[in-house]
Write a protein that binds this ligand. Structure first.
Ligand SMILES: [Zn+2]
Length: 230
């Protein structure tokens, strides 16, 4: 659920990376995969572009535990299968949750989603909220309810199809929140007043912090509540 800011034009080497052994630029990802294209460089580029976080769940990824994901599935649009603006890096090693489900691309398969990861208003900044999601204390990602029916359904589907409330992900986010609130509880009233804005700034600055977007949303809402009390 992170916001991925793609460059307007594709990277300089993009076409070269998708050339097959006989020097043909392929627009068919499976052909590229089978005919010697440099997909490792593609993946390396995407991982760096996303500050080493999975495009969907924001777990930490490296070259060894990531794969390339087509946001609009290959089966729905072949031309987009090698298009820079449709490719992201995602996490790879996953375990099934108690419902037998995985998460991110492995759970999504060929299902279509609204690509909120490319929508700039899914980003958080000082005083600017994420437009689609809320962060719950138990680590769950919740759909904002001030939406019309269709939008609400699309946002909820995004979370469900990618299974972003997979038990492991939820617990990791919950534990990150717990770390924050444990510190907060021990602070003086004066320190509490600046705690959430300080944390917000920390996560804004650290673009490779796992579950960053969730934590930004969380800190933002805590900060707002604190401001209301003052
Ligand atoms: Zn992931």
């Amino acid at each position: 659920m992170q916001y991925i800011q793609k460059q307007e034009i594709q990277p300089d080497n993009w076409d070269d990376w998708f050339k097959t052994a006989n020097g043909v630029r392929t627009f068919d990802y499976l052909k590229a995969q089978n005919n010697g294209s440099d997909l490792k460089s593609v993946r390396e580029y995407l991982i760096k572009e996303q500050y080493y976080l999975c495009a969907y769940c924001q777990s930490k990824i490296t070259i060894d535990n990531s794969s390339i994901e087509h946001v609009i599935p290959k089966s729905l649009n072949l031309e987009l299968s090698t298009n820079y603006h449709n490719l992201v890096a995602v996490c790879k090693n996953q375990i099934k949750d108690e419902n037998g489900r995985l998460h991110c691309d492995k759970e999504k398969g060929s299902l279509p989603i609204v690509p909120y990861i490319f929508y700039s208003n899914s980003d958080v900044n000082i005083g600017v909220n994420n437009n689609y999601f809320r962060a719950s204390n138990d680590g769950s990602i919740i759909t904002k309810d001030n939406k019309n029916e269709i939008e609400y359904f699309q946002i909820k589907s995004f979370v469900d199809i990618l299974n972003l409330n997979h038990t492991t992900l939820k617990n990791k986010r919950k534990s990150a929140i717990f770390t924050l609130t444990s510190v907060y509880k021990k602070l003086s009233e004066h320190q509490k007043n600046v705690f959430w804005i300080t944390k917000l700034n920390t996560f804004l600055a650290n673009k490779s912090n796992p579950y960053r977007q969730f934590l930004l949303i969380y800190c933002q809402s805590k900060r707002r509540n604190k401001l209301k009390q003052q």
